[in-house]
Structures are given as structure tokens and as C-alpha cells.
Ligand binder design. Sequence first.
Ligand code: BES
Ligand code: MN
Ligand code: ZN
Length: 529
Amino acid sequence: MSQEKKSAMNVEITCSPIHKVAASSLFLPVFEEEKSLNPHFSKLDKTCADVIARILETGENSGKFKEFSIVHLANHPISRIILVGAGKRKDFSLNKWRGILAKAARIARRAKSPDLAVPFGPFLPCNSQDAAQAAAEGIYLGLYRYEKFKNDKNGSENNLLKKIHLVVSEEKEMEAARKGWEKGKILAEAANFTRNLINEPPNIMIPAFFADQARAVAKLLNLEILVLEKDEIEKLEMGGLLSVGKGSSNPPRLVILKYQGNPKSKFTLGLVGKGITFDSGGISIKPSENMHTMTSDMSGAAACLGALKAAAELKIPLNILSVIPLAENLPDGKAYKPGDIVKMYSGKTVEIINTDAEGRMILGDALAYITKTLKVDAVVDLATLTGGVVVALGQTVSGVFSSSEPFFQMLMKSAEKSSEKFWPLPLFEEYGTQMKGTLADLKNSGGRYGSPCTAAAFLKEFVGETPWLHLDIAGTAYMESDKTAYQQNPYLPKNGATGIGVRTLVYLAEELSQNMSQLSSLKEVMVES
Ligand code: BES
Ligand code: MN
Ligand code: ZN
């Protein structure tokens, strides 16, 4: 893989009283409204002249979420204590824990600390396994930086935090902490892998480059892979994907990946991701302001690849088949035009109103291929599909459309675990009416009003009866100096790719693998079609 391998971080799990730990930095959570020191840390505090108790009593650190203090210790096995506010105990969540660990890890790195100790135990309102998993997620996600193209790498090559000590208070907790850490690490590293793909600039991240990354993942994890090039896509008559790719000298690709996590089972989950490696809008060109952020228009595709990677590493017992359409949307003498009529893979014809509504064109072909030809039992698509969903839900919540109530419920349960936020949007028949063509079966744009919903109604035309979820991640996949997402979730970057979708998809796969009995009920329809 072209991704740089950062010098690895080690984890050491120790069962020891906290005051006996030798680490250059120790992280301590501070809960709001708890002004006296938790007995768990009293012995430690005795070894450092009650300094922690004084900080709490005086309110120097009030425990407000993310508020931090750094205490330097002399003649002590611990060089510094990093206190981070965890908010009120009654409002504690694994997401907050994940967030303050991201914060602590970044503070430790900035302090050039080679290692960081993280305590677990009865002072926390959650078990050690969950705490260790969320800690790994927070630390790996929080330390992420994309600086491949910076000559000045901010010193991070030399001063990387190299070791995390997980300190548990009872021997029997060690195994739980190890398990949690391993899972969190796999999930966070998969999300970081997805972030790297998205952040890769569009002169490098072209369809063929993405396909190479998929090949590397497949090779590493023994997945089956097929990459279709333009002539093969032509043979399949995928008019949607071909039309969008026509304006670019970087031809489209179709990547098909298979992870056979449960060869005995007949059930296969389909994953489809929008892979527009750059969206200029095409002939219906976008305004130049912010056009550069359209390097992120393959976030859905990148999330599919990251999720597949994590699912395979975690050996989730579920078969997953992913179809990823890749193209670059550019204006050119050969580009597709408003007014064109395109015949899609399914045979349906589409009148092009706006070449900037390209995502649905490539997804329509991929969805028809995965549901009708490859015949998966349920399918999820992820796409940075519409500006309208950003207007409606903002940069912290993704839109979800579903044809199956039980499938939707499974997604919401999975999102609960990942702390990624999703909210349902409707698929009423009226939206479908808005997408009927004048000269062809369909048109590719229904105008500005209700655009996330009309786009979803367009996709629905290509999934048939297969239980389906459509996740519009246009607002959540990529940040441009966004403070709201970072402030509640400090493991997210202020700028660039978030890796949204990866962790939720893995939980969804886990959920499906554990609840085979629910699978038959997936076909219950949510909205009358
Ligand atoms: N990739 C964009 C959607 C997008 C917008 C993603 C902002 C991330 C941030 C998509 O291809 C697009 O251009 N959608 C148009 C559709 C319209 C022309 C019907 C939109 O939503 O404006
Ligand atoms: Mn577009
Ligand atoms: Zn797009």
C-alpha cells in the first residue's frame, strides 16, 4: 500500500497500583462537580504532595469536557500528569471517553512524551473492555495527521508517542483490556486508512489508483478481487458509469471485492460506495470556491474499503461483497452533457439535466449490478451524494434512507455503538414522481427542493426488492474548519477526512452475523412503493 507506515505504537497492559507505574505521562480524567479526589488515586496523590486534590478542590480544573491541566512532577517515576475534564459523571459516555483520550494523546505528543499511561478501574462508569476499546479508538483517531506531502512533518516522525500503558487494578481485567484495545485499534486504523484515501489529492487519487489500493487490501487479507477496466465496463453496458467518466483522461474502474467470512452461510451483505475521485461538476461546472473539497467525493468508496478491511481483520462471520464504481467528473469535449440520454446497466434510460448529479449515475449502475446480477441479500450504499443533506442535517449527522424498517433499526443500533450519527429521511412516492423523465424513463436531477430525497428516490429505481440502506454522508465525510464536529468529538479532525461510516458498517456487519434470525424479516417494507 502506498500509505506510509507510521512507526508503530506499542501497548503494554499492566496490573499495578497507579502510583507504581513508571511512565513519562499519566492521563487522569476529571469529572465535573467531583471536587474531592477519587480514592482510587489517593495513594498516587500522596506521592506527589496532594497536588491533584488541590487542583480539584480549587477548581483549577473544573472537569468540564476537554478542559485540561498538565502537572509536572519532580523526582517521581511519572514525569507529568495530564488531567482532562470528562464532563459530569451522569453524562458519561464512551464517546466522551474516546474524545478525552484523543485529547490526552495529542497533549502527550506535543509534550514529546514517549509513552502515556491510561488507568482503568472502578472509578470509571464502564467496564475495562469497553474503556480500552474506546481508548484505542480515541488515541489512534486523535493522533491521526495527514502530512504525507509536508516537508516539515511537525516533528511527528521523531517524537511519536511510542507506547501506551493500560493500567488495570485487577488481574482478571487484563484480558478484557487487551481484547478491547485490539478491537478498537483495528477499527480506528481502518478509519485512518479510509481517511488517508480520502485525503489523497485528486492528481494522485484517480480511479486506477483507488483500484490499486483495493488490490493491496485484497492481497493483504486474502480477499477475492476483480477490477474491471473501461472496455469491460463497456461490455457490461454500464451507461451511467461510462458517461460520467467520459470527460476525463483517467478512465473509470469498477472494483468488486469479496470477503467470505462465513462460507457456509448463504447470506451476503452488499456494500456500494460512491467513488468520484474528483467532482468538478462536469459541464454543469461547480463554482470554484470550495471546489477543491470535491477531492472527498470518493468518501463512500473509501469507507467501503476501510470497513471491509476491518471486517476481515476482525474475522466477522459474514459474507460481504462490495461493488465500487470509480470515475472522475470533468468537463471536456468528450464529456457527457445536459440533454444527453443515457442507457443505464439496468436498461432504464436517464435524461441528463445536470452533469453535477453524477453520483447517482454511477451508483445506479453499481446498485443494479450488485442486486440483480450478483444478487446480494441486503445492500448498503454510502455516498457524498447531495449538498442538500448538508443544509438539512449539518456536518455531524448523516442522512439515512431505507426500504426496510428492520434493516434501518439495525443501522441505528450500530450507529449507537460507533457514536456516528444518522437520521432518517423519507422515501415517499412523490419524490419518485419528481425524478420521472420527459424524454426518458428518469431524469438525473429533480431540482433543489428535497434534493437528498429525490436523489434517494432515483437510486431506489435500481435496487429492486433487495433490502436497502442509503447513507448520504456529504456533510459528515470531510471537514473544512468545522468546529462543531470536533468540539463534541475531539478524535475527529478539524480539517479533512473523518473516516465516517467505517466503524458503523463494521458494527452493522457484526449485527447481521449475530442475528441471522432477523435476516428474513429484512424484507418488511418501510415505505409503500
Ligand atoms: N458531490 C456532490 C455533493 C456534495 C456537496 C458533497 C457538498 C459534499 C459536499 C454531488 O455530486 C452534487 O454535486 N450534488 C448536487 C446535485 C444537484 C446538481 C442535483 C447537489 O447536491 O447540489
Ligand atoms: Mn456532483
Ligand atoms: Zn459528486
